[in-house]
Write a protein that binds this ligand. Structure first.
Ligand code: FES
Length: 155
């Protein structure tokens, strides 16, 4: 990634893309979602302050570990005056997100284990396939369609 001299305080979208590794389209998307901001020149070209590089690094690091953009936006919005996240901010937020990630990893591990039962099966049974019907609370109490069970119980 090309270095940008310290004396340059405003960057074009191409410079931000080249330095951050994010696609220009991704930068436009981040901007449309309020994650980064730019000013427009008289020729209607975007100019980003140098801090944008750190914001983009923060966004991409969070995305890499599966944090949704909405959550990232909330985290950035909570920073005082929406400043660029510091090293301490990242340490604090990544700690907060750790338990969320642990839970997601645990869910995926359970799904992977169930997938092993499904490989080569193909039944997708509502009674026996955990992946087909993972939250089958009615299956414990009723047989047949859940709606049939509800209809039967109506007066
Ligand atoms: S597809 Fe048969 S058990 Fe999941």
């Amino acid at each position: 990634m090309p270095q940008i001299p310290e004396k340059i305080h405003e960057l074009t979208v191409g410079q931000v893309a080249a330095r951050s590794g994010a696609a220009v389209s991704a930068l436009h998307f981040y901007e449309s979602k309020g994650l980064i901001t730019s000013r427009r020149t008289s020729g209607n070209q975007r100019r980003y302050c140098r801090d944008t590089l750190r914001r983009v690094a923060f966004i991409r690091a969070a995305q890499r570990v599966g944090i949704p953009l909405a959550t990232i936006r909330e985290a950035l919005a909570e920073l005082p005056e929406e400043r660029t996240p510091t090293q301490e901010d990242w340490a604090r937020l990544s700690e907060t997100w750790r338990s969320e990630l642990d839970e997601r990893i645990s869910q995926l591990s359970r799904l992977r284990d169930h997938l092993t039962d499904c490989i080569g099966c193909g039944c997708l049974s509502l009674d026996t396939c955990v992946l087909s019907n993972p939250d089958d609370v009615f299956g414990d109490r009723l047989t047949g369609s859940r709606l049939m069970g509800e209809r039967r119980s109506r007066p």
